[in-house]
Design a protein around this ligand. Sequence first.
Ligand SMILES: [Ca+2]
Length: 182
Amino acid sequence: MRYVFAAAAAVSTVLALSTAPSSAAPAEPVANHCMAEIGKPASEECFATFPEAREHFVAMGGQIGEPKSGAPAAKAAQAGLSLIPTLIEIAYDWNYRNPLGGTYWFYAYNGGCTNTLADLDYTQDPMPNGWVNRVSSSTLLSNCWAKHFEDPGFGGAFDGYRGSASNLNVGTNDKVSSIKWS
Ligand SMILES: [Ca+2]
């Protein structure tokens, strides 16, 4: 929202100075690294850089790169301890998990994924605002594999279930509109 407002303000400035030589102020950095609890779009928070996003996630108590059998959030819940955010996937706008194109961090509070692919652990449908038809590569964490779908409602082409990918399949690359994790 702040970005939209800044863009509108920039337009007004340009209009006001339309007879003056071009002297646009430097653009506000785009907050292109966002995260949210899966299924809770209102929890979304965005940051200008990948390191800032990581710092924020760690400050929330989140764990990154949990061991495959770890599922510490599930263990904490079992022990009656406070739940911590568990990172499920980082989706990248560019190939080879290059963060410069922007990232989306999907996390959950019910722990990592179960050891079978026969169940459904988490779903994202549709993609978060601004992330439809955008994902090109992915890092999967917390024992989760992902199925990326071309269309909303888990329709169209899909790849997976699969782990981290430098490039999504041709049918889904830059077309992801919904995701299942197991
Ligand atoms: Ca599973």
